[in-house]
Design a protein around this ligand. Sequence first.
Ligand SMILES: Cc1cc2nc3c(=O)[nH]c(=O)nc-3n(C[C@H](O)[C@H](O)[C@H](O)COP(=O)(O)OP(=O)(O)OC[C@H]3O[C@@H](n4cnc5c(N)ncnc54)[C@H](O)[C@@H]3O)c2cc1C
Ligand SMILES: NC(=O)c1ccc[n+]([C@@H]2O[C@H](COP(=O)([O-])OP(=O)(O)OC[C@H]3O[C@@H](n4cnc5c(N)ncnc54)[C@H](OP(=O)(O)O)[C@@H]3O)[C@@H](O)[C@H]2O)c1
Length: 283
Amino acid sequence: MTEHRPVTEATASPVKVPTLPDAQTVTEVQHYTDRLFSFRCTRPASLRFRSGEFVMIGLMQTDPKTGKEKPLLRAYSIASPSWDEELEFYSIKVPDGPLTSRLQHIEPGDQIILRPKPVGTLVHDALLPGKRIWFFATGTGFAPFASLLREPQTYSDYDEVIITHTCREAGELTYGAGIIDNLKDDELLNEVIGEGFWKKIKYYPTTTREESPKMGRITDLMRSGEAFEDLGVPPLNPETDRAMICGNLAFNLELKEMLEEYGLEEGANSDPKTYVVEKAFLD
Ligand SMILES: Cc1cc2nc3c(=O)[nH]c(=O)nc-3n(C[C@H](O)[C@H](O)[C@H](O)COP(=O)(O)OP(=O)(O)OC[C@H]3O[C@@H](n4cnc5c(N)ncnc54)[C@H](O)[C@@H]3O)c2cc1C
Ligand SMILES: NC(=O)c1ccc[n+]([C@@H]2O[C@H](COP(=O)([O-])OP(=O)(O)OC[C@H]3O[C@@H](n4cnc5c(N)ncnc54)[C@H](OP(=O)(O)O)[C@@H]3O)[C@@H](O)[C@H]2O)c1
């Protein structure tokens, strides 16, 4: 099932470069907090994906039993849009996490492993047409939306794009705020969708454990009506609104229940409906 494809051409250089299966080269790394960083890497020529999908990425590790090198892989949302010539990822740093305790130390020029088999439900194909799309994220759950917010289809399909991001601390909003800020100058989107396309976006960042301009869980802010008042939109309606959810398990479950109370129904690639959901991490 797994494909072992050396990408370093042994003939391309007189120097013997070590080869990894499905290796890609890191081109840029940025750290935001002691728990969060993003990085960019080369994109395999064969990789086609839909904005919002995830792939398996990782590093080689030594198997303690056999002493052999083998890949240690984890699911990661591709944070860059489908048209980008490089790939971007937004990552947690778990101090004792098997992968991220090491991945957090990568630098430009290092190699990572990337299995070129994209999958996922946070894709436009899994939703029926609508007027307004809601992207609901907590923590690193912002990653698939970093891709979809840079995807022209998001703006050609919808009149309004609402992105909510709930984190514990204000510093955890930095990556997402930067993506949104840079959209205004995105050449492709300005050209394809038209100047001023970004006026369709409503960004609603909130924190729960550190002071910031808007405090509280998005679920609570929706229940009280405060979020709708702040955003100047009515509560979700299955006639007009579509939604994608990506956060921790409890958040996903709570929000799913709320969306179903509004009358939205969960869709899938094979059966598009009015909302879709994916975990930002396993537990
Ligand atoms: C579909 C899917 C997409 C994912 N996309 C991303 C992504 O884009 N960016 C990303 O950083 N992670 C993502 N993850 C999580 C990722 O697969 C790994 O769990 C993460 O990289 C940590 O790996 P690890 O080996 O260091 O620790 P693990 O053993 O995998 O995790 C250790 C513990 O750390 C916590 N944890 C793991 N991931 C996160 C996280 N993202 N945020 C907060 N706490 C976490 C959990 O409590 C977990 O039990 C995704 C997971 C799934 C299922
Ligand atoms: N973020 C940190 O600074 C930090 C530091 C050290 C360790 N950790 C550990 O890392 C793991 C992941 O932490 P994380 O902060 O990335 O993710 P998280 O615990 O999933 O929290 C992210 C955001 O989601 C909110 N949230 C959680 N459940 C929700 C629900 N049911 N409905 C609405 N909002 C909800 C949280 O609000 P609440 O704050 O109200 O829960 C928080 O603002 C945790 O095990 C944590 O103990 C985190």
